[in-house]
Design a protein around this ligand. Structure first.
Ligand code: NAD
Length: 281
């Protein structure tokens, strides 16, 4: 079984991105910039944003974190986004989710200029991705896609089963694999026989949020299994895949932690650089 080392692959990607930033600096005499808006003091959000800033600096991006208290008014955030939209030194804008209840998530997402939407959540980017046009691609599914391609460069005709249909993970993952000519089944909480669906798969991507949902006898030999889940349990952080059982059958499997997570941040940096490059055309 191949243990897909997301930590190592993400570090290699960051190394490539670092070189790219350096050559963009030479070519345009400026560097891509990422602005992150962080509202409130949720610990996981603070940790994510800290890591995003650390790795952005590592690859040589200009990065800033703009912090607001939980009580901030929606208009203040919308005005800030509008200011960042028209600031030429800002290539990418990310508003860290989740948001406090009084702030309308959809309004915030739609306020970000699609050309600076490094999370790929704006409806225009969602539509472009599903139409097969150029778009920002949500960071986690993009990271999963890059990991799958490392193991199997030619995905044409493969049967992929996506477990979970969220806008953040399952749906964009489906689009990315369709584009690679996979036959894709998207499953969810109302799917009748999830085990039978998974047993058909050459590729499984699990993004559910239920600890160790995908069992060893759900996976046929030679399946590539990507585990997006991050679940806090009594035995520590586990994924949506029963790692010990599935590793006996799978061809390749991502660990949790150290699989998809590091790729998510590396892909955010990639998206920021890609937004910058498109803005220079
Ligand atoms: P979500 O709650 O938005 O969506 C979960 C999906 O799972 C839904 O579509 C639901 O229908 C489906 N589902 C629920 N119960 C099911 C069941 N019994 N069988 C089949 N499908 C079922 O979740 P999300 O935002 O997509 O996140 C999923 C997981 O991925 C979470 O554990 C989250 O923490 C993790 N995550 C990890 C990263 C990363 O960088 N590694 C990034 C984002 C999310």
């Amino acid at each position: 079984m191949i243990l897909i080392d997301g930590k190592k692959i993400a570090a290699e990607l960051r190394e490539e991105l670092k070189k790219e930033v350096s050559s963009l600096k030479t070519k345009y005499n400026k560097i891509p910039g990422l602005s992150v808006i962080l509202i409130g003091d949720l610990t996981p959000s603070q940790i994510y944003v800290k890591n995003k800033e650390k790795f952005a600096n590592e690859v040589g991006l200009r990065s800033e974190v703009i912090k607001y208290p939980d009580s901030v008014k929606e208009k203040v955030i919308l005005d800030k986004i509008s200011e960042l939209n028209s600031n030429d030194s800002v290539s990418g804008i990310l508003v860290q989710l989740p948001l406090p209840k009084h702030i309308n998530k959809q309004k915030i997402i739609e306020a970000i200029a699609p050309s600076k939407d490094v999370d790929g959540f704006h409806p225009m980017n969602v539509g472009n991705l599903s139409s097969g046009y150029q778009s920002s691609i949500p960071c986690t599914p993009l990271g999963c896609y890059l990991l799958i391609k490392k193991i199997e460069p030619n995905l044409s005709g493969k049967k992929a089963v996506i477990v979970g249909r969220s806008n953040l993970n399952g749906k964009p993952m489906t689009q990315l694999l369709l584009k690679e000519n996979c036959t894709v089944t998207i499953t969810h909480s109302r799917t009748k026989n999830l085990k039978a669906e998974c047993l058909e798969a050459d590729i499984i991507v699990a993004a559910v949020g239920i600890p160790e949902l995908v069992k060893g006898d759900w996976v046929k030999k030679d399946t590539i299994v990507i585990d997006v889940g991050i679940n806090k349990t009594d035995k520590g952080i586990v994924g949506d895949v029963a790692f010990d059982e599935v590793s006996k059958n799978a061809k390749a499997l991502t660990p949790v932690p150290g699989g998809v997570g590091p790729m998510t941040i590396a892909c955010l940096l990639k998206n920021t650089i890609d937004c910058f490059k498109r803005s220079q055309i």
